[in-house]
Ligand binder design. Sequence first.
Ligand code: SF4
Length: 411
Amino acid sequence: MGRIYGEDVPVTPAFPAAAGGKAVKAVKDGGKGLLLYIHVPFCKSRCHYCNFHSQAFNQVTFAWYHKLLLSEIELWGKRLKKPMLRTIYFGGGTPSLIPLQQLDQIMKALGKHFEFSPAMEVTLEANPDSAQDVSYFRALLSMGINRLSLGMQSLNDLELHAMGRPHSAAMTFAAYDAARQAGFGNIGVDLIWGLPGQRLKTWIDQLQTVADMRPEHISAYNLTVEPGTVMAKMLDEDGDFNVPSEQEQGRMFIYGAEYLESVGYMHYEVSNFARMGFMSVHNSGYWDGSDYLGLGPSAVSTIGRRRFNNPRYMDEYDAYVRGGLVGNDHEELTDNDLLKEMVMLSLRTSRGLDLKDFRKRTGFDLVKRKEQLISALHRENLIRISHGFLRLTKNGMLVSNVIIRRLAFED
Ligand code: SF4
């Protein structure tokens, strides 16, 4: 379920002047500590829309993964000289499938090979079908896991069925209540909108139910039907599959965001909303360009200008960890790569792109360089420039992929 980046990044250079101009500073952690992501590539079953890297959970493969993960933790800890962690994020896959004893061993290994910052945010993604008991949630808290990301996705059983989710809405309510009862004071829920059969009214009704539960954080992602998924096949066979029209999806996004803002949720990133003081530290770190270390199969790390890609499959991951290859191969990010990512990530946030900082890093003025495009976007009420920041409006967020591509990846 974890997402580092929502889109593929085109590789063509976008800012040729930068390469010939001032060097772009690699983004550092600012002394606040690394973000750590642990990929848990196991699920009970495959959801119909999912193309994340995961496989069916079984004890033998999990034990294999667990052993390799503990080694990878030790190897990176030594290589980076026991750095300070600002966050830990267990994503997947379904991290709530990790047996408690093994999860405890992972947390202890992290404590041995890394420093923990005093206010470290530790998130675990949990699915309602594998996390139901108060005692389970109490055990998570006792290990230092202080934030829960609950894979709610929908509170409508028909929608859950259409998505192939292995849980009902009742199970989600039970999991949420159990987590609260155990003492979790920071719970985020994930939702998907634009589903087959969903309409503006049912979406807003659902948001009201969710907001009444008062989770600290709500992520609401638009359904994307990826090629090769069960849903893509269903779509092929069943025409429009009863998905809401583009116009209706536009209204779902705008009215949904306005509704959540009206009940106290800050819209701080295209798909993310938080009550005051509960923005995800981990994801905000990605969006502001902080260094992050990713462990487990298919995880990605960026440290300074270096990008590391872990092998995707277990046998390759085994060879990588046991063959002593951890952290050996990397791709060196160019000035252009860093700039593209800076534009892409910051424009997804409500803070927007700091134009002064951009000028300092590149030596050129984005507004002047893209004058015509920026004027057109402004006229169409898709962007706004104020106090030195360029931001997407809500209408702009609806077509953020296109705007970001044109601003960051086209000359
Ligand atoms: S729980 Fe479903 S959506 Fe999440 S990673 Fe597993 S298969 Fe994908």
